[in-house]
Structure formats: C-alpha cells, structure tokens
Write a protein that binds this ligand. Sequence first.
Ligand SMILES: *Cc1c(COP(=O)(O)O)cnc(C)c1O
Length: 429
Amino acid sequence: MKLYNLKDHNEQVSFAQAVRQGLGKQQGLFFPAELPAFDSSEIDNLLSLDFVTRSARILSACIGDEISADAVAKRVANAFQFPAPVVAVEKDIATLELFHGPTLAFKDFGGRIMAQMLAEVAGDTPVTILTATSGDTGAAVAHAFYGLKNVRVVILYPEGKISPLQEKLFCTLGGNIHTVAVDGDFDACQALVKQAFDDEALKKELGLNSANSINISRLLAQICYYFEAVAQLTQEQRNQLVISVPSGNFGDLTAGLLAKSLGLPVKRFIAATNANDTVPRYLANGQWQPNKTVATLSNAMDVSQPNNWPRIEELFRRKEWPISSLGYGAVSDETTAKTLRELAALGYTSEPHGAIAYRLLRDELKEGEFGLFLGTAHPAKFKESVEQILGTTLPLPKALADRAELPLLSHYLPADFAPLRAFLMALPA
Ligand SMILES: *Cc1c(COP(=O)(O)O)cnc(C)c1O
C-alpha cells in the first residue's frame, strides 16, 4: 500500500511507515495512493462472510503484499473480539451499535487494529504513543495498548471536560499507560500533540507515534464495520441506504466514505455535528470558519477544527463526487435532549452522539429510503446526562462499574509545550 502526504504529494510512504509515523511533513495527513474497488459480485461475496474473515480480506486488499494475508487475519482476529449488531429502531431506521467493545465505544475498533498493526510493523523498536482525546479515543487507545511490550502510551485530555466515568475508564490503568489532564480544551491538547510531533529531537528520542483518528490504520479498521452493517441488511434496504454519522474529528465519516469508494452500496451519507458546526457551515456556504470550541452534551464531538476533513475533500475530488451529495446538519443540546426522549418513547435508549445522528436522519430520510445511524457509544458512558434527560437510572455495565472504584493516576499540566516536553523526557522506559 502506497500513501502520500496531502500537504506534499511527493512524500510517499508505505503502509508500515504511515502506521509508524502517523503524520507526514508539515503535519500532513497520509492518504492511500490507490484504493481497491470491488465489483458488485465481489461485494456480495464479501457480505456473505463473517465479520472477522471479511474484515481480514478487506484490510488485506487495502494493505497489499506488505503484510501477509495470514498475519493480517491473525491481527484482525486479535482485535475484533466483539460484535457490531444492527438494531431496528423504527420501520425504516436502524442503528449500528458500535459500543460492545471493552471501552464501550466505536473507538475500540480503530484503537485495537492500530495497536495490532503497530506491533506487527514495529518489531522490537520501542515506541511512545502520544495522543489527545476528547474522551473516547483515549480509553480505546489505552485499553488496546495496555500491557503491550515495547510500547509506552501518553494520553492528553482536557481537564474537567470529559465525564468522570470516561476519565476512570482510562486513567486508572497505570503500567505502560500515562494520562495527563491538561488545563485547556481538546483543541489545546491536539495543538500540544502537533507541537511534539514537530520537535524532531523529541520525536526521535522517544520514537513518537500518534494514535488518534489521524492514523491510517484506524480508518482502515473502521471501514470494516460499515461492511458489517450492510451485511446485516436486506437486499431492499441495501439498495436505498442512507447512513448518518455523528462527527467530531470526522474519522468515522472518512471511513464510511472510503467503504463506499471500495464499492459498498451507500446512497448517501449525512455528516451530523453538535453546535461545533464548522463542517455544516462550510458545506452550506463554502467558507471554512472554525469558531471557538463549545462544550456540549455530546462532548466527544466538541471539535471545531476536525483534522480528518482534508481526507474527505481529497476523496471527493479523486472520485469526482460532488461535495453537494453529502448531507449535513448541526443539532443543539436542546434538540439532542428532546430527541433522546423521542427515541426512548420508541423503546430505544440512546445517548447524545447517536441521538444527533438519528435526528438528522429522521428529518432528512425520504420515502422508500432506509436509514442507519451509528451508535458510537453505550448510553452508560454518558450516564449523568442520559439519566437526567430521561429521568431514569441506567445500570452500569461491568467494565465501567469495576473501573469506577479505582483511583485516578493522572498527571496535571498547563497547556504549554515546555512542561509537557519535560514530562515526556522524564518518563520511565
Ligand atoms: C469520537 C466520537 C465521535 C466522533 O467521531 P469522529 O471520528 O471523531 O468524527 C462520535 N461519538 C462518540 C461517542 C465518539 O467517541
């Protein structure tokens, strides 16, 4: 698999390099130079396979002969040890539940493939994973890498801006997992990570590697569950499929669009955001004008400068898809809460991120179409807000209940690069 840097097409790397490096020069994102395209009989064939077998075939087709098909199959089997069921919500709408992994959110899929692929390509060279999280990426990365040999993980998150339970989930592991609460918002954390990657000396000394949604292996992993969703639909539903994706950094939507480019039948995607609506405003008026990030109920989507957006633009350009074919919308907290109650009345307990995707899907779905929205997190991960909005109590899944009892092991730093650099240099091997 060859990839190029979106900021400098002359920088070309292999899959292994892209996985190790994360970002290219000038913080450019890597993008595949070529993508496989399956014809409709190959797609039908793939859809008839089980999740792990199919996912291994798709990843192998993307990666090429750089990693043997057997090795890919083993890695996928290690990573994908939980299902992604499609659950009916209404006659014409279902949800793809992506929260049955160890940290109860879709980022388990990407995080675990990323960890497996990094282990595959790194061999015996020590690496330090440095990543910023608005909540769920961190948990997924921490659990995916916990206990792996030769890998240290450092996770930055905005202090006080993620839910207490989210914090417990990944800041209580210890061992090779180091968590840092930063006095700033998510964009500040993301900026610190980018600064660290610009520091060549630091990068080399630590073998720095990123593991957030910019790493190409995460996107490849996420392509697989779009196939898994379609595999569970009827032929009729497949022919008229609209998928609504709750979006923050837009990795999930990028993966969905990549799945479509491989040949997966999807009529239309909807980019769904909260009040951090840089992309919906851009799609409406052509102006890229990020505002200051605001805190919302769907805090994993509190991102005003979504870093995967250049990949989406590149894909539309290469495929010659009109950008106007992408549906979009932003949903306020008030409407999110109302929608959660509406879903509960339909007999489905959701959470703020999924509810936003459902809202836009319900409003935009046309007669004869079938809608699917991504359920990106388990409602119990957003227990406080969901319980308050629905006036019910949610049982805590065991994974969370056990963690909630443990003490936080985080370090606290200001949003400045110098103290972070010192902290990184002083980490135990
Ligand atoms: C990360 C996250 C999102 C947004 O996904 P992106 O790939 O960053 O767009 C949505 N919902 C939940 C629960 C998340 O954790």
